[in-house]
Write a protein that binds this ligand. Structure first.
Ligand SMILES: [Zn+2]
Length: 83
């Protein structure tokens, strides 16, 4: 039986989740990362309760560290769920 020709796709398909954007906190210096700001903090938590990675949210290392710290504080106060 002849094999059907499979359409060749590029090996590295771009993931739609990953958007190369600049760090939101570097762009807008007025944003204060704070565990009390639940709306902001919960934006960086996935639906499963994990902290979203830098690859996805586009933060720089400095601000990602700060966000992770504040999420940990918010989790301790039960403002954001644990995994
Ligand atoms: Zn930044």
């Amino acid at each position: 039986m002849p094999r059907k020709s499979v359409e060749k796709r590029p090996s590295r398909m771009p993931n739609p989740k990953i958007v190369n954007k600049k760090c939101a906190f570097c762009q807008d210096k007025d944003i204060n990362i704070d565990y009390k700001n639940i709306d902001l903090v919960s934006k960086y938590v996935t639906s499963k309760g994990k902290i979203s990675s830098r690859r996805i949210n586009g933060n720089c290392a400095k601000h990602q560290r700060k966000v992770a710290k504040e999420i940990d504080r918010a989790r301790f106060l039960a403002l954001v769920p644990y995994v």
